[in-house]
Ligand binder design. Structure first.
Ligand SMILES: [Zn+2]
Length: 64
């Protein structure tokens, strides 16, 4: 038996046009956001992602 587990995908280009980051296979929105916070800090020099950007990111996350 294989149970269906939704996977979350995100392309940073949907929020930051010149960024090529893609994350695939996160198993929850929380997991995705924690990976993105690391990426935002390293690549976008954001210690904390602003709430308006978090909203954009959540809209850009695709669940499949
Ligand atoms: Zn990025």
């Amino acid at each position: 038996m294989v149970s269906f587990v939704p996977k979350y995908e995100y392309k940073c280009a949907d929020v930051v046009p010149d960024c090529s980051l893609e994350i695939k296979g996160a198993s929850s929105e929380e997991e995705m956001m924690s990976m993105l916070q690391v990426h935002a800090k390293i690549c976008h020099k954001l210690d904390k992602v602003p709430p308006a950007t978090v909203e954009k990111i959540k809209k850009a996350i695709k669940k499949r």
